[in-house]
Write a protein of this length. Structure first.
Length: 230
């Protein structure tokens, strides 16, 4: 994979509870990862965060032939303010090192590796009342599409739309620093989606939604999906 030929995105969709997280794996996390883990109030949320970062280090370490603890992470400049909190990257990025993205939510972990900027997102389906509130933050055309969906199906439709939006914004490196209403990621008018990016739903089961976004990826993202680190 390289930046000129994005190729297929490699995806890992994992159950956080299935990721081996022992003391050796925890010792391999850096100070920033340890600090962020310590900020979680709920033990369950902390466990998912730790599993996600252990899994990311294992995936990248295998790709680069390095021990997970040897990886050093940094951040690219944010496209909105140029401060160093944009897309994650490997510090001193070696030739051939992939772009990558990490997401975790609802007990799941999603990792994406690609030859071009990539973003991934996985979320649990929200409750119906949360869907109605969050929908008001979306692009007007997205709100109209959701309004046409049966109420019983609306949480799933919203979650799929939201993960497409988050995957794209993470791929940009700006995240929710850009208003959710600024970009159209609906399904009714694909031509209105952001130029220069392909955004595709990823199957994640009946209780989750997931998506991947790839810069320069054409109309749809080609991907290979794995469900274990083995």
């Amino acid at each position: 994979m390289n930046a000129q030929d994005p190729g297929a995105v490699e995806l890992w969709l994992l159950e956080a509870a299935a990721v081996p997280v022992g003391q050796a794996e925890l010792d391999g996390l850096d100070q920033e990862e340890q600090r962020r883990a310590g900020r979680f109030v709920r033990d369950a949320d902390r466990a998912v965060y730790l599993a996600a970062h252990v899994a990311l280090r294992q995936v990248l370490g295998r790709r680069l032939g390095l021990a997970p603890a040897e990886l050093v992470f940094g951040r690219e400049p944010c496209p909105g303010c140029d401060e160093p909190h944009g897309r994650p990257r490997l510090a001193g990025r070696e030739s051939g090192a992939p772009h990558f993205s990490l997401s975790h939510g609802g007990g799941r972990v999603l990792i994406g590796l690609a030859g071009a900027p990539v973003g991934v997102d996985v979320e649990p389906l929200p409750a119906a009342d949360s869907t109605e509130v969050l929908a008001t933050t979306l692009h007007p055309a997205e709100q109209a599409e959701l309004a046409d969906v049966r109420p019983a199906d609306r949480p799933g439709a919203f979650a799929r739309l939201w993960t497409r939006k988050e995957a794209y914004l993470k791929g940009l490196g700006i995240g929710l620093g850009r208003p959710p209403a600024a970009d159209y990621l609906g399904t009714a008018e694909p031509a209105r989606r952001p130029a220069g990016w392909a955004v595709t739903d990823v199957p994640a089961g009946p209780r989750h939604a997931a998506a991947v976004a790839l810069a320069g990826g054409g109309t749809a993202v080609e991907y290979r999906l794995r469900h274990s680190l083995g």
